[in-house]
Design a protein. Structure first.
Length: 255
């Protein structure tokens, strides 16, 4: 298990400055993918949402009738946002790779659009396995990249420029390999995609104007195979990228 204390401190600080963008972003607040995660946890009574952000998953779990929901995040500001926005949540600022809970504590653990910020995904999965009771549900969602290492490197390079806390977006195959090394049993794997509007994507992390221009330049000069793989859509005279589609993987596993 790695330490990465400095990097995690920077991640917490960057997200403390982005609470409004995460709270109001429609791509995070709504969607069939969010509904699927909640459905997988429909029988839970005590759930942990890891890296809760603005609390959309945790709040949805509570709304679905889960009697106790703990919203956890590395950023205290995000925890405060979640517990303020959604009534009835318990909030705690914690490291996803060092969860301060006893073994077998929860019958559901969720994590959505966050694991690309974790320096040590295997440590995170080990902690999920530890705190999840036997037979409990792990409902997971994150961005994913193609298996092609060059395409994956291109998109991760751009993501790190947009988001200083971005570590790496992994492929579906990589997540399945890591899960295979645990005692969690993968029940369902679903790979899909979501359209991201570029301006909203940049606004969410309050990207400075200079970095916005660099990102747009990289996107404009992207190789044809990247533009094709991510379905770039342009506006106006065709020089300005309006949106693209990013891969998403959803995983349902049991303890």
């Amino acid at each position: 298990m790695t330490n990465n204390t400095g990097r995690k401190r920077d991640v917490a600080a960057s997200f403390s400055d982005a609470t409004d963008g995460y709270l109001d972003g429609n791509i995070l607040k709504h969607g069939a993918d969010l509904e699927q995660l909640i459905d997988w946890c429909r029988d839970a009574t005590c759930a942990l949402d890891v890296a809760t952000g603005a609390g959309h998953v945790a709040g949805s779990l509570a709304d679905a009738g889960v009697s106790r929901v703990v919203a956890s995040d590395l950023s205290p500001a995000m925890v405060q946002t979640a517990t303020t926005e959604y009534r009835g949540l318990e909030g705690v600022a914690v490291d996803a790779e060092r969860l301060p809970f006893p073994a077998d504590r929860f019958d559901a653990v969720t994590c959505r659009f966050a694991a690309h910020h974790f320096p040590d995904p295997e440590a995170f999965l080990a902690e999920v396995e530890r705190v999840l009771e036997p037979g409990g549900v792990f409902a997971f969602e994150d961005l994913c990249v193609p298996d092609d290492p060059e395409l994956a490197a291109d998109i991760n390079r751009i993501e790190r420029l947009r988001d200083s806390g971005h570590v790496e977006t992994y492929s579906r195959a990589q997540w399945l390999d890591w899960l295979a090394a645990t005692d969690l049993t993968v029940e369902t794997v679903h790979e899909t995609s979501r359209e991201l509007e570029v301006d909203a994507w940049l606004d969410r992390m309050a990207v400075p104007e200079g970095d916005r221009q660099r990102i747009r330049s990289l996107l404009s000069d992207a190789p044809a195979d990247l533009a094709e793989a991510f379905e770039f859509q342009y506006e106006g005279d065709g020089d300005r990228l309006a949106s693209y589609r990013t891969g998403v993987v959803l995983l349902h596993a049991t303890g």
